[in-house]
Design a protein around this ligand. Structure first.
Ligand code: ADP
Ligand code: MG
Length: 332
């Protein structure tokens, strides 16, 4: 990716929580780029640090107990890590916004749809109430909410899960942000609605040009919509590649495990289906020595138990954190 094509550039993002055993690093040195208008995936099992990465980028990790640091988080040239809380509040909803997994918890149950979907406009613009209503109506049409005018006065509980998620996406896009972070936006939905929402997001990227960070535990979703992908494990990126390269030459044993667990077209989506990889994501407070994945890895070598591998480039921007591919000498 060329430098001028880069919208978001994250370098060495680290997020820690205090615990009784000392600090626990839930995001540990994460670096990735998102080009203008690109869809970039963050994929990994539950607990791998995807949501914490997203919340850290949004400046939404509660602090204390959390602390975020990074070498830089450049959004269109502005380093978000250098903004005050007030300046960051002005970025959120306008330049960068987020869609959460469960809209029922993210939406306010006692506010109508027009009140909350229009809220970013009342915060960030001088538009009149009438102009805001027009914009929300238009955005409801854009995200495919049927009878949009009738839905403006609805409360969240009066909408189906699919419509609530569409409304959340409308809220995320209402100020036409440069970047939308979608955190498992379809996990709670049925297969048909999920497919509709994913198609909608790709269409919005094509029409509005919003870049998307797509967070999912499902490599099938990555294959359908992303340009590039970052595979996360235990707070770190373990593989980074274009979607083509990742599926053509998956290089981390963890990625291969995830790929082996993609359901066939005939199977139903949903639930945790990553059962082809034995074991679970380690407790971050008690990480194994060496490579964090070695206790679950079928290819582990002696060095994997001792020394943590670095993220190394295989070529064409394809990077992997694994001794099998490290020319510095993984092989004994
Ligand atoms: P994912 O979204 O990939 O499922 P998360 O980002 O939610 O994973 O979680 C990453 C890690 O951060 C997990 O180990 C989780 O237990 C830990 N974590 C999440 N929230 C908190 C918190 N408030 N305090 C301490 N640790 C947390
Ligand atoms: Mg999550």
């Amino acid at each position: 990716m060329t430098e001028q094509g880069t919208l978001l550039s994250v370098r060495n993002l680290r997020t820690e929580f205090k615990s009784q055993r000392g600090p626990v690093r839930v995001v540990d040195g994460v670096s990735f780029d998102v080009g203008h208008g690109k869809i970039v995936g963050l994929v990994g099992e539950s607990g791998s640090g995807k949501s914490m990465t997203a919340l850290s980028l949004m400046g939404l990790v509660p602090s204390p107990p959390g602390t975020i640091s990074a070498d830089s988080v450049l959004l269109d040239g502005t380093d978000l890590t250098r903004l005050t809380a007030d300046q960051m509040r002005r970025k959120r909803g306008r330049d960068i916004s987020m869609v959460f997994q469960e809209p029922m918890t993210a939406l306010n149950p006692v506010k109508t749809m027009i009140q909350q979907v229009g809220e970013p406009l009342s915060i960030h613009t001088d538009l009149s109430r009438r102009a805001i209503r027009e914009k929300v109506l238009h955005m409801f049409e854009t995200v495919g909410i049927p009878e949009p005018a009738a839905r403006l006065k609805a409360y969240p509980h009066e909408l189906s899960g699919g419509l609530r998620q569409r409304a959340m996406i409308a809220m995320g896009l209402i100020c036409e942000p440069k970047l939308l972070i979608a955190d498992e936006p379809t996990t709670a939905l049925d297969v048909t609605t999920q497919a509709q929402i994913l198609r909608l997001m790709v269409a919005l990227r094509d029409r509005v040009g919003t870049a998307i960070v797509m967070i999912t535990h499902d490599l099938g979703i990555i294959a359908e919509m992303c340009d590039e992908v970052n595979v996360m494990y235990a707070g770190q990126i373990v593989e980074q590649a274009s979607v083509f390269d990742l599926f053509d030459r998956p290089s981390h044993p963890y990625t291969r495990g995830l790929l082996a667990s993609i359901p066939k077209a005939t199977e139903k989506r949903g639930g945790n289906r990553l059962n082809s990889i034995p074991g679970v994501v380690p407790n971050l407070a008690k990480l194994p020595g060496g490579c964090r994945f070695h206790p679950r890895c079928g290819d582990a070598m002696p060095i994997c138990k001792i020394k943590p591998p670095e993220l190394t480039e295989l070529g064409n921007g394809h990077k992997v954190r694994c001794w099998l591919h490290d020319k510095q000498g993984g092989t004994p």
